[in-house]
Design a protein around this ligand. Structure first.
Ligand code: PMV
Length: 335
């Protein structure tokens, strides 16, 4: 039986942005990636999640987003994830989960990356489990592939693993680089909701003639990006990251029907960022499963680049982010 001091825990996790993308699964049920990926964890934006295990085994899980009760679909996804923690801790209690993001979901940042990283840590700690970062990464991956990377701060590399049980499919942190990079999220159109990454990946795997070719690009791209980070070579990282984003999207666009996340504004910004770099400004872009463009630069150039982006007709607003630490337990909110 759990003692009362262990029944509640609150965790914070930051989202991350992939420089070398994850796109495709080798196992749907265990959510195992078809290849690795490499990311940078970004703050100060974050998810904050409080999990309280209820004393009675018969109640249902309750989930609140910003204090508002979540719909059945969201609760079902969270409950499935909480089942993994219940199994591991040998408990049958249900949970009350309060979670909030301090960044707009319209930012097109994978809120599932910070969301499942924070949930993995808060739910396991509240259940009295003390999991290592590797174990937390394996657990968070079951909720969302990118969440495995948000357990760690700074640059993280996801290992796709080879084992059928997926226990070797987790992220690890690269040595702290101290590289003062900045990421400016250029929010473009407020369009209809995009095709979810899970559905987009699935369609790409099943129907894109370029999927296998895409998967083959990933391991060498991770080596190249890692070498660029070690050397703090901005241009080299720019080339590797832009290539990975373009190759991921090329594989998705070639699906039938094509999975196309870009809008006109997205394409305009690709051209503009490239042109700006040619003019000598350290900038490069990456794009996830949505129309927004994430622009990397250095701390020295961030204000100039932000002012430039804000003045462009394609950009609705700019969100400033910088390298951030991994998921951690915090004191609960005063209630
Ligand atoms: O973690 P998921 O299942 O939401 O997938 C993330 C997919 C991308 O954001 C497009 C790429 C990545 O590596 O984060």
């Amino acid at each position: 039986m759990l003692d009362t001091t262990q029944r509640t825990a609150t965790a914070i996790a930051h989202p991350n942005i992939a420089l070398i993308k994850y796109w495709g699964k080798r196992d749907q049920a265990l959510n195992l990636p078809a290849a690795g990926s490499l990311s940078l964890t970004l703050g100060p934006i974050h998810t904050r999640t409080r999990v309280t295990w209820q004393p009675h085994a018969d109640a249902r899980d309750e989930v609140y987003f910003d204090g508002v009760q979540a719909g059945a679909k969201e609760v079902a996804r969270m409950s499935k994830f909480l089942d993994l923690v219940r199994q591991r801790a040998g408990i049958t209690q249900r949970a009350v989960v309060h979670t909030s993001n301090d960044f707009p979901t319209a930012a097109g940042l994978a809120s599932s990356s910070s969301g499942f990283a924070a949930l993995a840590l808060a739910a396991s700690a509240a259940a009295g489990l003390t999991l290592s970062p590797t174990e937390l990464s394996v657990l968070a991956r079951r909720g969302s592939g990118s969440a495995a990377r948000s357990i760690f701060g700074g640059f993280a590399v996801m290992n796709p693993g080879v084992d059928a049980d997926g226990l070797d499919a987790h992220a690890h942190a690269l040595p702290p680089s101290g590289w003062p990079l900045r990421v400016l999220i250029a929010v473009t159109v407020e369009g209809p909701k995009d095709v979810s990454s899970t559905i987009g990946m699935n369609q790409t795997e099943r129907t894109s003639p370029y999927f296998d070719a895409w998967v083959k690009t990933v391991a060498p791209a991770i080596d190249e990006a890692t070498a660029a980070i070690e050397a703090r070579d901005f241009e080299r990282l720019a080339i590797a990251a832009e290539a990975s984003a373009m190759q991921m999207h090329a594989s998705a666009i070639a699906a039938v029907p094509g999975v196309l996340y870009w809008r006109g504004a997205t394409v305009e910004l690709i051209h503009r960022v490239r042109q700006r770099r040619q003019q000598g400004v350290p900038v490069f872009f990456t794009i996830d499963a949505g129309p927004h463009v994430k622009v990397f630069t250095t701390d020295e150039h961030q204000h100039e680049v932000a002012a430039w982006l804000s003045g462009l007709p394609e950009v609705i607003r700019v969100i400033h982010t910088e390298p951030a630490p991994g998921a951690r337990l915090v004191e609960p909110d005063p209630t």
